[in-house]
Design a protein around this ligand. Sequence first.
Ligand SMILES: Nc1ncnc2c1ncn2[C@@H]1O[C@H](COP(=O)(O)OP(=O)(O)OP(=O)(O)O)[C@@H](O)[C@H]1O
Length: 258
Amino acid sequence: MVDASAVRVRGLWKRFGQQVAVAGIDLELPAGKFIGLVGPNGAGKTTTLSMVTGLLRPDQGSVEVVGHDVWRDPVEVKARIGVLPEGLRLFERLSGRELLAYSGRLRGLPGAEVDKRATQLLDVLDLAGAQHKLVVDYSTGMRKKIGLAAALLHNPEVLFLDEPFEGVDPVSAQTIRGVLERYTASGATVVFSSHVMELVESLCDWVAVMAAGRIRATGTLAEVRGEAPSLQQAFLELVGAGGRDAGSDLDWLGGGAR
Ligand SMILES: Nc1ncnc2c1ncn2[C@@H]1O[C@H](COP(=O)(O)OP(=O)(O)OP(=O)(O)O)[C@@H](O)[C@H]1O
């Protein structure tokens, strides 16, 4: 049976000591969409994505990805997902091509197929010229791109990206965007976290807004935006920052007094 949900989260909690990072969220993410998980700093986006992708064990609750329980059935889930995690720890002493070869073989792909896909991905992501350079010598944007290539190599059903555009120049961002658009056009699902509203507005067809460990709104872009003129405005209202007068207490900042 085809499940229309790529991700199904029920009653998910995570605390770090006294700090509640994720406060019992329920979330259903539709398959085949370009989905943005948005929220202010500290909202719980990374913690949620880490639990959804099997990198962090929840205190309570369940997560299913393409119909499989992430914690009871981790091998099934991990075969079907690609992840670009926060912090992006990579094997620094491998070259970009070696990293892809290693990821592909780890995923059980035949060597010739890994080679073919790696060549195509390196080419499309404009990394062909740097393929023999060690990853430790890559720039931030190049690291994101090689991490994305490694996450895509086995053609996952769902791709999770934590802040994929952070530290990426506009040209590389456009390249990444093109690859992701092509990937979702084929029916795959992308879930990515961001606090850049313009980006989410221009890329996503579906949005979940998170603040203080809770889900504040979910739905299509139009549903979440509602009457607001932009997603940014709707977001500010949803997270309760719409009327905040930024900087009104900083009367010493600027001006003559030092
Ligand atoms: N390992 C940890 N130990 C202690 N507290 C943590 C840990 N990880 C996250 N937190 C706390 O949990 C809350 C949610 O953090 P999280 O990183 O999930 O937010 P985020 O929405 O991804 O934020 P940002 O957009 O700034 O990356 C924050 O208050 C954070 O300080």
